[in-house]
Design a protein around this ligand. Sequence first.
Ligand code: HEM
Length: 380
Amino acid sequence: MAWIKPSTELSNKSFLLLPHPSKAKWSDRDKGYEKVGTKFALLTIWITHWMYKWRNPRCKNGILPPGSMGFPLIGETIELIIPSYSLDLQPFIKKRIQSSSGKITEKFNTFLEGLMCLPLNIPGTKYHRCLKDKDEIIKLLKDSLKERHASTAEARKGDFLDHAINDINTHKFLSEDLIVHLMFGALFASFESIATALTLAFKFLSDHPSALQELTAEHEVLLKNRKNMDTSLTWDEYKSMTFTSQVINETLRLGNLMPGWLRKALKDVQVNGYTIPAGWTIMVVPAALQLNPNTFEDPLAFNPWRWKDLGPDVISNNFMPFGGGMRQCAGADYSKVFMAAFFHVLVTKYRWTKVKGGDVFRNPILGFGEAIHINFSRIA
Ligand code: HEM
């Protein structure tokens, strides 16, 4: 039993916890209470410990798969038996079979939607969701880094993540946190860009069968000239793809995937009689060049053949899908090779037709109203 006495020695606002003078001697009843209280505290600690051990079981031979043990004894049975009125997978199972990469894709979609919106961080706004999704993606990436770090040498895949983990030992500046943010940056830069460019290419090629025919013919010639049919696409073959690179250029020109690049004026800049003061942010809009009718005749038409007649100077001054100046896209060449390899597989291994969709919109990022639905069949 205790009472609180103001302590003038410390300060007016301080208190000391002292036994009350009238209770200095404890009665038997008090002692009984104390015993019961101690037993109750010990029982609570024991139950908490037991529940912690239940929820975080140890495994002597390796790492247990991720998952929840649910409540003690009944586990997650109740969630499993909750009825679901659909032919689809039961929600309990559906939630658990969704891979982390699936979750990342989903989160990236909603994260990207919030990049061009009013920065109002209030629950319910796109911006709020975007920030939340960013945190969740970072968490998912952290989890996969930890999982991979703890995995055995045989379980390693030799991918970017494995290389980064190995490099932690030799490169002091590489921390787990930095790797996670690098992965986030690489996914952010590559996730939407190539996928959108390829979706747009599907739309253009299905609307222009003659272009698809010429593209297919170019790749069939490559196959015909290949000495060993077991080898995959080579660098020389990639360099010889004239029409393919014209299709890629035309798709990127019309796609204007990056609505603008942001730059800061380091000093006052004079443009057409106006002054852009130092410190201002400028948005450079490449579409103004790439859709300029003085350079590209009938600029909104998909015409890959136009690239035959454009000189290198015209191209370098008017076509900048990967940025300009000092900070250009780090993935420019990779993206072009990726798209070329994708087309190679597409036209040599598959036949396809557009079923529906492919309507585009800009907000100002390029998007597709109801996506594009394609029917594929593999060439025998
Ligand atoms: C069709 C595909 C792509 C397009 C059109 C594209 C476009 C661009 C553009 C215009 C910029 C410059 C932004 C600025 O100057 O402010 C940029 C920057 C960047 N891109 Fe891409 N990109 C594509 C794919 C990729 C891929 C696949 C990767 C990574 C594998 C990537 C990595 C980067 C990085 C790291 C930067 C920042 C470079 C820096 O600031 O130093 N991009 N991209």
